[in-house]
Design a protein around this ligand. Structure first.
Ligand code: COI
Length: 325
């Protein structure tokens, strides 16, 4: 896969002191917050535009107890990654895609949004300011988290009067404790991630806390994560708590259609593009949970997750397995 297609070039050389005074066990990163040196921060003006931001030392932010995000969940976020190349250069994974998705999410949540250029610049500044935390090639990446929140105080239900856009980062390795081993998914029948007409198609912070209960319960029973079904028919697969899902059957690659309840992942899009280039027929459609039984291969995609093979899926007490991985 062409790296030119996948990534935006940031810088060809890294300062020689880049690796100095950093004591990180790159072999055992996992997906845990490791505070870095800097974060980017800016606030909205009255006209809804965002001031020129800058990187500041990483640290806590002050919020009014009545901030829109704290009371009414007016907030969206993104996730992208910076990688180190063998020749020392750094790459960002398609930050323009995240910038565009944040615009769509902001519109859905009645928030002003930084421009595409401002977003990408903020991500680049954050990556470069924290470059000593970007793992060596093959050891992981710097996960970059852009966050847009209603930070102004509001009592009645309405858009917040002021917004904060910030970007922080953490070096990460594998998202799942399974590492690169295949995941064992549990199909949840009682809880749904999103409903038609809701905000499941955008990266609202409100989409995530509600899935923790089902996820925690599945993990306590030994599963890796939960696969959610559509909330109306309860028969079509939608997505996993933190990632999209794909099925391969012969030369057909299928993934649930993004019709408002599924997040249109940046990695999901990349996989569809690559598969198409490789001669696969790519289908975005309704996928019945029983179809999993006939799949040759099942895998999950997401920025945090990357690409994770699925080894088994348990639905109504039946374990679908024998997938190739
Ligand atoms: C990402 O993949 O970047 C996400 O935002 C998912 C999150 C639950 C870690």
């Amino acid at each position: 896969y062409s790296t030119a297609q996948a990534a935006t070039f940031v810088q060809t050389t890294v300062q020689s002191d880049d690796e100095s005074n950093i004591d990180i066990d790159w072999e055992n990163l996992g997906f845990n917050l490791m505070p870095t040196d800097y974060m980017y921060l800016t606030k909205s003006c009255e006209d809804g535009r965002f001031k020129q931001g800058q990187v500041n030392p990483y640290g806590n932010i002050q919020l009014s107890p009545s901030a829109g995000v704290l009371n009414y969940g007016q907030g969206i976020f993104e996730g992208t990654k910076a990688y180190r190349r063998n020749d020392g250069g750094l790459f960002l994974f398609r930050p323009h895609e995240n910038a565009m998705r944040m615009q769509i999410g902001a519109e859905r949540m009645c928030m002003p949004c930084p421009s595409i250029d401002q977003f990408v610049d903020a991500v680049k500044q954050t990556a470069l300011a924290n470059k000593r935390f970007i793992p060596p090639p093959g050891k992981g990446s710097l996960y970059i988290r852009p966050l847009l929140i209603g930070s102004g105080p509001i009592l009645g239900l309405a858009p917040a009067p002021e917004y904060t856009f910030l970007v922080y980062a953490s070096p990460v390795g594998n998202y799942f404790k399974e590492g690169t081993a295949p995941l064992n998914l549990y199909v949840e029948e009682d809880f749904h991630r999103a409903s038609r007409g809701g905000a499941g198609g955008v990266k609202s912070i409100t989409n995530y806390a509600p899935v923790i209960r089902a996820m925690k319960s599945a993990k306590a029973r030994g599963f890796s994560d939960v696969l959610y079904l559509d909330s109306i028919n309860k028969r079509y697969i939608e997505e996993v708590s933190s990632c999209n899902i794909f099925l391969v059957k012969g030369k057909i690659l299928s993934t649930p259609a993004a019709s408002g309840t599924i997040l249109e992942g940046v990695t999901r899009k990349s996989i569809m593009d690559i598969a198409h280039d490789l001669g696969y027929q790519v289908e975005e459609r309704l996928i019945e949970v029983e179809e999993l039984n006939n799949a040759d291969e099942v895998f999950c995609t997401g920025t945090a997750v990357g690409i994770a093979p699925v080894g088994s899926i348990t639905y109504k007490g039946k374990r679908y397995q024998n997938f190739i991985y």
